[in-house]
Design a protein around this ligand. Structure first.
Ligand code: GLA
Length: 396
């Protein structure tokens, strides 16, 4: 279900809501938060570097209705037959469960001095799960946005992104950066979001892709961020900073230019940590170069940068794997493909591809066939439409 045909389906979501929770109280409010795809700038956000994501048309819908009381009931059409009930005083937290995301957000509101009230919530999302398209940030941000309005808490969008990131860090246990929540909150139709993750300064860069499409390919190799591999990379980067800061005054890898890194790299004794730092520093530069390309509308050069990004994520950061590498390799064999790379955390999930409109059918057929032959997995293909961030949906 996409945003466009949702107006029709909001009535059936409402019906479901009343079926689950009854029709006695007020009319529930409807909200939407998108997922995101990252064009370039991978694993740079938690290093205080640059990223270039955009919000997409897929996302999470949420109906919410408050009542006097101390019970919170939540359910999701994506997890049918689960009606979760929690006390407002002692929020539920069960390892690995989807409802930790909304409860994590509520917990952060409570930490900020905004107690919870009784409420009924129903979610319904169309972002493929565990695919690296930020279904987690989407559910966090839709919840944060709705609660902010309901509780009159007064956070601005950056505040809500930070609060949602904290929820994921503290309640879910993933030490993610700010990119996903930021893109889901502040994304803008037909624009890429160029963000400095240290200062939170950002600029909207028009993405004029005339003649080309952004195609997302889902490897259907599922990943689990809390799987610890992600947190391991975060620690490796912190270790790199410890080594480097004994030589020069830096507190994050995002501060380092490539020439500077080149001079001091041999002082990082651990080869693995050196490679991790090399990725972050070079990826940061690729984001800056990409922004220049997009201003100039030079998609060919942008495509090269996407390819170089994947190469570095494969060789230096080691977060790709056979599935994502095969998808990229096969994509680049198709005439009309300017660039291909993994997007998101890696270890499975999706690639993002810049494909000439006349080549999309060949792309889907060839990449799909070869991927299946090599891995036995069936890939899914989606054309990404760059969309707006989280919002309330006002129905007539
Ligand atoms: C995940 C995290 C983000 C970011 C990306 C990698 O999506 O949630 O904060 O680190 O991985 O770029």
């Amino acid at each position: 279900m996409t945003n466009q045909d949702f107006t029709m389906n909001s009535a059936s979501l409402r019906e479901k809501f009343f079926e689950i929770y009854g029709n006695s109280g007020d009319k529930p409010d409807l909200y939407f938060a998108p997922g995101r795809v990252n064009l370039i700038g991978e694993h740079t956000d938690y290093n205080g570097g640059f990223v270039l994501p955009c919000a997409i048309q897929y996302g999470t819908y949420m109906l919410i209705r408050k009542f006097e009381g101390d019970t919170i009931r939540i359910s999701s059409l994506n997890y049918p037959h689960q009606l979760i009930s929690s006390s407002t005083h002692q929020l539920l937290n069960e390892k690995g469960k989807w409802f930790n995301y909304p409860f994590g957000v509520m917990n952060e509101f409570m930490n900020a001095g905004f107690p919870m009230t009784g409420m009924d919530i129903l979610y319904s999302g169309d972002i493929p799960k565990s695919a690296g398209l930020s279904s987690s940030a989407s559910i966090e941000m839709v919840t944060a946005f709705a609660l902010n309005e309901m509780l009159n808490a007064g956070f601005d969008m950056i505040g809500l992104a930070r609060l949602s990131q904290k929820a994921e860090n503290n309640y879910v246990g993933v030490n993610c950066g700010i990119m996903d929540q930021f893109a889901v909150g502040l994304g803008k139709k037909d624009h890429a979001l160029f963000l400095n993750c240290h200062t939170m300064e950002y600029k909207m860069i028009p993405f004029r892709s005339e003649g080309y499409s952004l195609i997302i390919v889902n490897s259907n190799k599922h990943r689990d961020l809390s799987d610890s591999m992600y947190n391991e990379r975060v620690s490796e980067c912190q270790l790199a900073v410890t080594y480097i800061s004994s030589i020069i005054d830096v507190s994050r890898l995002g501060e380092l230019g490539f020439p500077q890194y080149f001079k001091i790299q041999d002082n990082i004794p651990d080869v693995i940590v050196r490679k991790r730092a090399r990725h972050v520093v070079s990826e940061n530069q690729r984001v800056l170069n990409s922004v220049n390309c997009l201003w100039k509308n030079d998609l060919t050069q942008f495509g090269y940068l996407m390819n170089a990004s994947h190469e570095s994520l494969k060789e230096n950061y080691e977060v790709t794997g056979i599935e994502l590498d095969t998808l990229v390799e096969e994509a680049l064999k198709v005439p009309g493909v300017l660039g291909a790379r993994m997007t998101g955390a890696g270890f499975g999930g999706c690639t993002i591809n810049l494909v000439a409109n006349g080549s999309t059918d060949d792309f889907i057929r060839q990449v799909g066939d070869h991927y299946f032959k090599k891995t036995g997995l069936i890939a899914d293909f989606y054309t990404a439409k760059i969309s707006d961030g989280v919002r309330k949906i006002n129905e007539q």
